[in-house]
Design a protein. Structure first.
Length: 148
């Protein structure tokens, strides 16, 4: 529970590494009414489904000893990429003047990726950030979690 006051016409982004929900508060700060404006989703299969190669190996110097390298986590790479897509979409919308206030709700890793990717035109409109995963909840539950 965060106790946020989301003003009328403010936008709320609820996202994670695979889904982003864009809401507009059609209610007021006391009685929010989040209405879905847009949904972005990414098909992001598990790493095992995206890549089948074994991790590489590297030589540790002279001799025959070789160390294994970390396997590539394709699933996580796509999550980071999706955060950039969300940031790009918000920049385009901000540039068109579609919103003046934005609340960003995302799990910590995604929130960090978004912060890095946000253009100053978007960051200047952010009024609150909440580090929670709420993408699987209906709007009424999101309102309750954010505003009580």
């Amino acid at each position: 529970m965060t106790g946020l006051r989301i003003e009328h016409d403010s936008w709320v982004l609820v996202g994670d590494g695979e889904k982003a929900l864009f809401f507009r508060n059609e209610g007021d700060a006391d009685y929010p009414n989040l209405q879905v404006l847009e949904v972005l989703e990414q098909d992001n299969p598990s790493t095992a489904d995206q890549g089948t190669d074994a991790p590489g190996r590297k030589s540790d110097g002279p001799g025959s000893h070789r160390s294994a390298m970390e396997p590539t986590d394709w699933h996580m790479i796509e999550k980071h990429r999706f955060a950039k897509d969300i940031a790009d979409r918000l920049y385009a919308l901000a540039h068109k003047g579609k919103f003046s206030k934005l609340v960003v709700v995302a799990p910590p890793v995604t929130l960090g990726d978004l912060r890095k990717a946000f253009h100053k035109e978007v960051t200047s409109r952010i009024v609150a950030e909440v580090d929670k995963t709420l993408t699987g909840h209906p709007p009424g539950k999101i309102e309750k979690v954010l505003c009580t």
